[in-house]
Ligand binder design. Structure first.
Ligand SMILES: [Zn+2]
Length: 560
């Protein structure tokens, strides 16, 4: 009630009308909703609440040190969910809260620090999270005696499938689950367990880049690999062959699907876990970073296209499935009466209202057989995870020619490259020309951290690398200095760059005449029918979204 009151005082009577009824003026819910809808800056809100509660708002918690073995006393996942950490700040024992109206932190602090007095202060959610990550990294070895008995550890591991629930586990099991928690919190797509001569290094791919996270001493290595095998239902005794497995775990309400691969190397077995988070927030087409011309083309596809093949190209990890899922979700709301079906490997996002099949080689469900089954289900719109063989390619063409809108992906460098790939797969050129309607390529680039962004004047050399003239640089370039919120990387999150080519009569003729695809691309650029990946990247540098380094790194093969 009090929060609502203060907000009305500060912003006027109407400020809360749109959301207040729904949230019954409940403090924490109202607080979360204000931030979700970006009605107020988090810092301003914290400042307001700190006055209300007579606590302190710490704008810059640099120097805050978590209490000894904080991570050993509370599940990091739990502390993150409820937004609190205990430590010392300016020699004062402090409970730092990111969710000011939740009392879980209080209950915990009273239990842990016992009779000692502590101060309560507020900080932003990102700041509390990065402090919790720091606590996790500096975690003590626990007092519980360490067992490396694989059978015991395996049983412990299988006892729980929830990462929020690991406090009473053995050190190794706990460390293993905590590395998963850390990966999910930091948006890692893969975790690598890489043996070296001295130790095992745990590395994670975050925003597309591999980073070392922690080390595991050599004596724990075998037990750790065994745990991974137990989780993936693999053969523990087999150490010389490659193995694949999969598992499911939960983290709060997020379902994590894990694909595991183990290969023997000269230093021991190496494991990679690919993480797929099922309830990860799905992007709307609005949020993909499609701008101007590209946005108009995508709108045309969404609103006007009823049949043909829409091909999305790019290497693994370029965000193709995210884009396709966003497109399908948008189509689902735009075209309520349409039957939308997919065949995927694996299903990365569960899409409401869309029927999804998963490739299962053992049960003979492949892209080709799956697609054949889909066609018999009277679909209007279909998505085939990938076209990589002749059978799938031919069937996608047939489906398109018989009045279906088919979305799929291919591994080629640029959008027109998909034409020559289809030719390589044995599809007749006239069939390609009459079925493909859109060719699209994309890459994911790291986004500059908003918290430590700064402006600078690019040098002549930098402009030369991008092949642009200084006259178009009106507001300088931007870069991230590096700060706690981005772990000193200067980047946080990613976004897409795109090139989109719509089929037209000129291109159809060129395909039938088997003109090579780089000539097709050059002509289309000349006619102004498309912008290259590089050009889209440059626009995003000029808008301060990413850096020259990122654009050059991801568009090396783009000569235009
Ligand atoms: Zn930063």
């Amino acid at each position: 009630m009090e929060l609502a009151h203060c907000l009305i005082e500060a912003h006027g009577q109407d400020f809360l009308k749109p959301i207040a009824e729904q949230f019954h003026w409940h403090n924490q819910k109202l607080y979360d909703e204000l931030l979700d809808q970006q009605l107020v800056e988090e810092k301003d809100l914290l400042e307001l609440v700190s006055k209300l509660q007579n606590t302190r708002f710490i704008e810059d918690p640099t120097g805050f040190t978590p209490i000894d073995d904080f991570a050993g006393k509370v599940d990091i996942g739990y502390a993150k969910k409820h937004g609190f950490i205990i430590g010392t700040f300016n020699n004062q024992l402090t409970l730092l809260l990111a969710k000011p109206f939740k009392n879980n932190g209080f209950r915990f602090a009273e239990e842990v620090v016992e009779s000692e007095k502590f101060e309560v202060a507020l900080a932003t959610e990102n700041q509390v999270k990065s402090l919790l990550d720091m606590a996790y990294r500096m975690r003590n070895q626990e007092s519980k005696p360490e067992s490396l008995d694989v059978e015991d550890l395996g049983n412990e591991l299988q006892e729980t499938d929830n990462l929020m629930n690991v406090r009473d586990k053995s050190p190794l099991v706990r460390m293993f689950y905590e590395s998963l928690t850390y990966a999910v919190d930091n948006g890692a797509s893969d975790i690598h367990y890489q043996p070296t001569q001295e130790q095992m290094v745990i590395r994670m791919r975050i925003d597309g880049v591999l980073q070392d996270v922690r080390q595991v001493p050599r004596y724990q290595m075998d037990a750790l690999i065994s745990l991974i095998k137990v989780m993936g239902a693999m053969d523990i005794a087999e150490r010389r062959k490659t193995q694949d497995g999969r598992a499911t775990r939960w983290y709060s309400d997020k379902k994590i699907d894990i694909r595991i691969s183990i290969v023997p190397t000269s230093y021991g077995e190496r494991a990679v876990m690919r993480l797929l988070i099922k309830t990860a927030k799905l992007l709307d087409v609005e949020e993909l970073g499609l701008m101007n011309e590209n946005r108009k083309k995508m709108d045309a596809v969404l609103n006007n296209f009823n049949n043909g093949i829409v091909l999305l190209t790019g290497p693994t990890g370029s965000g193709k499935s995210t884009t396709l899922c966003a497109v399908l979700t948008t189509l689902q709301t735009l075209r309520k009466g349409d039957n939308i079906m997919t065949i995927e490997d694996p299903i990365e996002y569960e899409l409401e209202g869309i029927s999804q099949l998963e490739v299962q080689i053992k049960k003979n469900v492949t892209f080709a057989t799956g697609l054949r089954a889909l066609v018999r289900q009277d679909p209007d719109i279909m998505m085939v995870g990938e076209i990589r063989d002749q059978e799938t390619a031919n069937m996608a063409v047939q489906a398109a020619l018989t009045g279906h809108l088919v979305f799929s992906t291919m591994h080629t460098n640029d959008a027109p490259g998909s034409i020559s790939r289809l030719q390589d797969l044995g599809v007749e050129s006239y069939l390609i020309a009459s079925s493909v309607v859109v060719m699209m390529a994309q890459r994911l680039l790291r986004r500059i951290c908003k918290n430590c962004k700064e402006t600078y004047e690019p040098s002549d050399a930098e402009l030369e690398k991008l092949n642009i003239d200084r006259s178009i640089v009106t507001h300088g370039f931007q870069r991230g200095r590096g700060c706690p919120e981005c772990f000193g990387r200067g980047y946080r999150g990613r976004m897409g760059i795109y090139e989109i080519l719509l089929m037209n009569d000129i291109i159809r003729e060129q395909i039938v005449e088997k003109i090579n695809t780089s000539a097709i691309k050059r002509d289309a650029l000349k006619r102004g029918e498309m912008r290259s990946l590089r050009m889209d990247g440059i626009e995003k540098i000029l808008l301060g979204m990413t850096t020259t380094e990122e654009v050059l790194r991801m568009t090396q093969t783009d000569i235009y």
